[in-house]
Each structure stands twice: as structure tokens, then as C-alpha cells.
Design a protein around this ligand. Structure first.
Ligand code: HEM
Ligand SMILES: *[C@@H]1O[C@H](CO)[C@@H](O)[C@H](O)[C@H]1NC(C)=O
Ligand SMILES: *[C@@H]1O[C@H](CO)[C@@H](O)[C@H](O)[C@H]1NC(C)=O
Ligand SMILES: *[C@@H]1O[C@H](CO)[C@@H](O)[C@H](O)[C@H]1NC(C)=O
Length: 495
């Protein structure tokens, strides 16, 4: 027997022995991976996973995989072995263990376009510091004292331009509104000014790249978006230099005005580098206007199909407006906002059914065991929040727009049978449109405020109908392909 033959003869025994030793050494013997396909190498099942589908559904891919494997399954997505979770409990567990068992892990193309210092891709201390800035900036007290007025004045500017009986894109109008709110808050840019419009144009190119395939070739949307990114950053940097110059010019004796846009705030209170500030501003502009504008478009869409909800909204907002009229007040304040109870039901229902953010990107930092399944260290984990919101185990008739399901007292107007009212006490528990834990969206209160104020003036000033059939799709960014064309007529309540 030659050495080689001897070696080959022994090999199975050696392997068996090392395998056995390994087996004994491991705390968890064989990982019990969730069921699922491996898919093609590299591309895997990504194409199927990302295939466009209506926003109020989870799509064929999810449906088929859940039917076949259950709510937790493995797949090969974005070039990596991945656990997909449509399970409310696991999603919550992931959010609660951010930084401990899991951490944010967005594809590198997102970092390429939003920047390596963008909050979405940052982890650890730097994430915490930037998050703190955003939280301070979007705090409850600022919303109450300052942002509510800004939001209302920008809503009114948009409604002023609406023409009767001619079709226009509701989605574009909502984008104008939320973009102008953010541009004012972040950079003190005023509505309608040339530089605001210029920034908006660059921004639209930028967005097209964010939603496109990350192919960095001449002429590709991704390449053009990277160019727009540079233009936007140059613009922000110019604003930054302006601010610093202004500050220097002020005499030490003169009273210094409190900086009230985010850029001024960051320059004054943080020790971030210029590069970091630029990425922070850019990603706030991105996170702060796409999502809330699409949510507003979705509300316009769902409400058009639910006349009884519009009627009840009108009642609620007329009551608020008439009370203000008697007091001689004009601008909405926090007390008015707090009275918008049914509106909050409409907002929650819109977020539940429309699911502007479908799923999040995470990875396991350790071997994790959940409900008997093993999630190996280093694997990607995708909590699919949309799948929970559209799950009949959690919401009766999940595909129906039914704002009354959110009524705390279960009182049920609008003529929907009481079986559609959701008496499930865990309803709030499984509702995670803003994510959760240490990455819970810091803009959630602003987003709801924007939706409520927009709805207030919408239902009091207009009735509307869809001018050309349209439906929100997941591309995977949620969008109305035709822009949601609507036609409006003015209403007059003598206000
Ligand atoms: C309806 C509107 C909105 C929805 C559905 C939404 C949803 C979300 C979700 C799900 C996350 C978590 C991402 C993750 O964990 O990986 C998030 C994060 C974030 N959102 Fe929002 N958002 C909305 C509006 C806003 C607004 C108006 C702002 C800012 C003005 C904003 C700023 C942010 C920021 C900065 C983060 C990153 C937080 C972090 O990483 O700690 N969002 N958002
Ligand atoms: C967050 O910001 C506040 C206000 O600027 C500051 O007092 C606090 O120390 C910051 N916290 C952290 C963890 O940086
Ligand atoms: C729009 O159409 C309605 C109903 O057809 C009509 O009453 C109204 O006068 C029209 N408004 C304008 C500005 O044309
Ligand atoms: C809407 O959802 C939030 C959770 O995001 C919950 O705290 C709130 O009570 C809900 N509002 C209504 C009216 O049910």
C-alpha cells in the first residue's frame, strides 16, 4: 500500500473523528436551520424576492415561501445566506437585541449612495451620537413648539396651487410638501426659491439611483445618482461655509441667535467632521421625505375608496375648525392635534396596509437560537415588517382598509360589520411600521404630524377622486407608477 493509498484509506476515519469531536465540542450540535431553498449561487432568489407587487400584498415570493416553509425561512438573498422573518415575535426579538445579537447591515450599494456615515449603515457609538442629534432635532418639544406651525404653512402652500377639475399627481404634491418641510428644517431653504428648486431637481436624480440596480456604468441611473450625490453634498457644504462665515462676522458682544435649522444645530453642538455632517444631512433629507410623502399619497388613495371614513374625518376636523373659528384662532396647535383621534386611526391603518418600509437589513452577530431554529453568526436576517401587518393571524381581513379596527373602545361607525373590528389586544404589539428598539425611526412623530395636518386641510378644502386608475407597487420602494392622478373640487364650510 502506497502512502497515498494509505492516506485515502484513512481519510474517512479521520473525517469522521474530527466531525465527532466537533459535534461534542459544539454547544448546539447540528444547527437547526430554518427550512428553505439555497437558490442559485450569488443571485440566489433575489430576483424573485424583489419582484414588484402591489403594496397591499406581500407578493407571490413571500406567499409561496411562507406557505411552503413557514414564517421563518432561509434563502440566498443579496448574495448572502439569509434568514427571512415574517414572524412578529422574531422581528420584535431582532429589534430588542440590536447591537447585542443583531446589527444593521445594509447592502454596500446603499452605503455607496447614502454615504458611509449615513445613519442607516452606521453602527456603534457613532450611530448613537448621530441618532441623538436626530432625536433632539425631532423631539416632542420641538414638534409642539415649532414644527407644527411649519408643517401647516407648507401644507397650505401646496393646497393653494390645486386647480379644480384637472388631473394632477397627488404623489408629486405630497413630495413637494414633505420635501419643503425637510429642506426648511434642515437647511433653512425657503419654498419656491431657485436654490430649493435646484436641490429638488438633483434630489430626484439621486432618488432614481437609490431605487435602481447599483450598476456603476456610464449612463446608468446609479452613476447619475452618484453625480447628483456630489452636487447635493457640494450644495450642503456651501451652506455650511456660509453659516460658519456668518458666525465669525458676528461681534462677540451681540446676542447670538439660537440656530434653528439642523445644519446650524450640528455645527454648534456636535463634534462631527464635515464629511460626517454632509452624510447625516443627506440621509435625513432622504429618510425624512420619501417615506412620509408616499404615506400621504397612500392615505389619499385608501380614503378615496372609503367614503364613510372621509365623512367621519370631515366631522372630526370640522369640529376642530369651528371651535377655532369661535376662539378667533387660525393656526393649528398641539391641543388641536391631540383632538384628531379618528385621524390617528386612519394614519395607523394607512401605515399598516400600505407598508412604505417593507423590510429591514440585519445580520446576526452571534449564533442565535429562536423558537428552536438556529441563526448562524454572520448570516443576514431580514425582518419583514410588512408581512406581519398583512397577516390574518394578527389582523382580521388584513387586506381591507378599516381604520375603525384601531378604535380603542371598539365603537364601530362607518357601517363595517363588527367582525371587522379588531379586538385583538396584541394589535399594537405587532404593529411596527417604524421599526423598533435602538433604531426606531426618530421621525415617526413628525411623519404622523405631517399626515394629520395634511389630512385636516385636505378633507376641509376638497373632495377628490382618482382620475386615472393607479395602485401603489413595491419596487421595492413603494410608489404609485402613474403618480396617483387625482381630480379635486373645492368645498366650502364657511370657515
Ligand atoms: C411614514 C413615514 C416613515 C416611515 C414608515 C419610517 C420608517 C422607518 C423605519 C422602519 C426605520 C428603521 C430602519 C432600520 O431599523 O433599519 C426608520 C429609520 C429612520 N428614519 Fe424613518 N420613517 C418615516 C419617516 C421619517 C421621517 C419624517 C424622518 C426624519 C425627519 C425619518 C428619519 C429616520 C432616520 C434618521 C432613521 C434612522 C434611525 C437609526 O438608524 O437609528 N423617518 N424609519
Ligand atoms: C444627547 O444630546 C443631549 C442634548 O444635546 C446631551 O445632553 C446628551 O448628553 C446626549 N447624549 C449622548 C448619549 O450623546
Ligand atoms: C368643476 O366641476 C364641477 C362639477 O362638474 C363644477 O360645478 C365646477 O364649477 C367646476 N369648477 C371649475 C373651476 O371649472
Ligand atoms: C397607532 O399605533 C401606535 C403604535 O405605533 C399606537 O401607540 C397608537 O395607540 C395607535 N393609535 C390608535 C388610534 O390606535
Amino acid at each position: 500500500m502506497s502512502d497515498l493509498q494509505f492516506f485515502l484509506y484513512l481519510l474517512p476515519f479521520v473525517l469522521a473523528l474530527s466531525w465527532t469531536l466537533n459535534f461534542l465540542k459544539r454547544k448546539n450540535p447540528l444547527p437547526n436551520l430554518p427550512p428553505g431553498n439555497k437558490g442559485l449561487p450569488f443571485i440566489g432568489e433575489t430576483i424573485g424576492y424583489l419582484k414588484p407587487h402591489p403594496a397591499t400584498t406581500i407578493g407571490k415570493f413571500m406567499e409561496q415561501h411562507i406557505a411552503r416553509f413557514g414564517k421563518i425561512y432561509k434563502a440566498n438573498l443579496f448574495g448572502e445566506p439569509t434568514i427571512v422573518s415574517a414572524d412578529a415575535g422574531l422581528n420584535r426579538f431582532i429589534f430588542q437585541n440590536e447591537g447585542k445579537l443583531f446589527e444593521s447591515s445594509y447592502p454596500s450599494s446603499i452605503g455607496g449612495i447614502l454615504g458611509k456615515w449615513s445613519m442607516l449603515v452606521l453602527v456603534g457609538d457613532l450611530h448613537r451620537d448621530m441618532r441623538n442629534i436626530s432625536l433632539n432635532f425631532l423631539s416632542h418639544s420641538r414638534l409642539k413648539a415649532h414644527l407644527i406651525r411649519e408643517v401647516e404653512s407648507h401644507a397650505l402652500l401646496v393646497f393653494e396651487t390645486w386647480q379644480e377639475n384637472c388631473s394632477f399627481s397627488a404623489q408629486d404634491e405630497a413630495k413637494k410638501f414633505t420635501f419643503n418641510v425637510m429642506a426648511k428644517q434642515i437647511l433653512s431653504l425657503n419654498h419656491g426659491e431657485a436654490e430649493t428648486e435646484q436641490l429638488k431637481k438633483e434630489y430626484i436624480n439621486f432618488m432614481k439611483g437609490v431605487v435602481s440596480a447599483p450598476v456603476n456604468l456610464p449612463g446608468s441611473p446609479y452613476r447619475r445618482a452618484l453625480k447628483s450625490r456630489t452636487a447635493i453634498l457640494d450644495f450642503i457644504e456651501m451652506k455650511m461655509e456660509e453659516k460658519i462665515k456668518k458666525k465669525k462676522m458676528m461681534n462677540d458682544g451681540s446676542e447670538q441667535k439660537e440656530e434653528d435649522d439642523l445644519l446650524g444645530w450640528v455645527l454648534k453642538y456636535s463634534s462631527l467632521s464635515t464629511e460626517q455632517i454632509l452624510d447625516l444631512i443627506l440621509s435625513l433629507l432622504f429618510a425624512g421625505h420619501e417615506t412620509s410623502s408616499v404615506s400621504i399619497a397612500l392615505a389619499i388613495f385608501f380614503l378615496e375608496g372609503s367614503p364613510s371614513a372621509v365623512e367621519q374625518l370631515r366631522e372630526e376636523h370640522l369640529m376642530i375648525a369651528r371651535a377655532k373659528q369661535q376662539l378667533g384662532e387660525k393656526e393649528l396647535n398641539w391641543e388641536d392635534y391631540k383632538k384628531m383621534e379618528f385621524t390617528q386611526c386612519v394614519i395607523n391603518e394607512t401605515l399598516r396596509l400600505g407598508n412604505v418600509v417593507r423590510f429591514l437589513h440585519r445580520k446576526a452577530l452571534k449564533d442565535v437560537r429562536y423558537k428552536g431554529y438556529d441563526i448562524p453568526c454572520g448570516w443576514k436576517v431580514l425582518p419583514v415588517i410588512a408581512a406581519v401587518h398583512l397577516d390574518s393571524a394578527h389582523y382580521d381581513h388584513p387586506h381591507l382598509f378599516n381604520p375603525w379596527r384601531w378604535h380603542q373602545n371598539g365603537n364601530n361607525r362607518g357601517g363595517i360589520s363588527s367582525s371587522a373590528t379588531n379586538s385583538n389586544p396584541t394589535i399594537g404589539h405587532n404593529f411596527m411600521p417604524f421599526g423598533g428598539g435602538q433604531r426606531l425611526c426618530p421621525g415617526s412623530e413628525l411623519a404622523k404630524l405631517e399626515m394629520a395636518i395634511f389630512i385636516h386641510h385636505l378633507v376641509l378644502k376638497f373632495q377628490w377622486k382618482i382620475a386615472d386608475k393607479d395602485q401603489a407597487f413595491v419596487y421595492p420602494f413603494v410608489e404609485f407608477p402613474k403618480g396617483l392622478p387625482i381630480e379635486v373640487q373645492r368645498l366650502s364650510f364657511g370657515l
